[in-house]
Write a protein that binds this ligand. Structure first.
Ligand code: GLP
Length: 259
């Protein structure tokens, strides 16, 4: 795990550069895309590079990390709508290349299994962009999630419902159930970039990077991943004990540029 503490602007540019590198270098790039407010500046930067610099996503496949269950198709808070609105709808990529389990199907577990097969059949995820919840969740793998899990149905933790209530009229309207890539699914991505900004993520980032590997902090499972880069701003990195080392690493150029 390589950890970089920098400004939020640098974070945006570093992650956009990593995505651009994969999209330009691979014949069939497979990118895992997360939702939440943290990746929004990165998606805006990718859209800008597409419009101003001709960065093409025509050969790419995008993979959803998670999705709510029980929202009608096209609901403004559905993650597919979010990704269409902020990313896919502005790029030269066909809508069917945004892959995710069909959460409107009757047999959701079968959809989850089919999603895993789709990821595998397209060669696996080259680069997964990940946010983190204040409780250390990745995707919607809440504390207590199996570190060996694949895509499946999960129930949201109360803290996540409270955190995500800001996107709905009230906490009552937040769906209780979701589908999420599992922790093993995420760990199969060849490169994972975990991003966080703001003081509310400081405890989760410290637990993920420097705490024990435990289901209590699902993001800590990334410590066993062979190629994870954590990029945080000063506030989100405030509880890291070894942050001066991480700054030095950044000055020496992050090793993810080797990909
Ligand atoms: C939700 C998503 C996660 C995301 C998290 C953080 O719970 N399922 O994938 O990482 O929110 O969101 P934000 O970036 O808004 O803090």
């Amino acid at each position: 795990m390589e950890t970089i503490v920098t400004t939020s602007r640098q974070q945006t540019l570093l992650v956009a550069d990593a995505i651009e590198h994969v999209v330009s270098a691979m014949p069939t790039p497979c990118i895992g895309v997360s939702t939440g407010s943290t990746p929004l500046p990165i998606y805006a930067e990718l859209v800008r590079r597409h419009l101003d610099e001709g960065l093409s996503f025509a050969n790419a496949h995008l993979f959803m990390l998670d999705e709510y269950l029980g929202l009608p198709e096209g609901h403004p808070q559905a993650y597919r709508t979010f990704l269409d609105e902020h990313l896919v709808g502005h790029l030269d990529i066909r809508a069917e290349r945004l892959h995710g389990p069909n959460v409107h199907a009757r047999d959701i577990p079968a959809e989850c299994a089919a999603y895993e097969r789709t990821i595998e059949s397209l060669g696996g995820i080259d680069l997964q962009v990940l946010g983190i919840g204040a409780d250390g969740h990745i995707g919607f793998n809440e504390p207590g999630s199996s570190l060996g899990s694949s895509t499946r149905i999960k129930t949201l933790a109360e803290l996540t419902i409270a955190d995500n209530a800001r996107f709905f009229t009230d906490a009552e309207s937040v769906p209780r159930h979701v589908v999420t890539q599992g922790i093993a699914t995420i760990r199969r991505a060849r490169h994972v970039i975990l991003i966080a900004t703001g003081a509310a993520k400081a405890a989760a980032i410290a637990a993920a990077c420097e705490g024990p590997v435990t289901t209590t902090c699902p993001a800590s499972a990334l410590q066993f991943h062979p190629h994870t880069t954590v990029i945080v701003d000063e506030e989100a990195g405030a509880n890291l004990r070894f942050s001066s080392y991480y700054k030095a690493t950044f000055d020496n150029k992050p090793t993810w540029q080797r990909i």
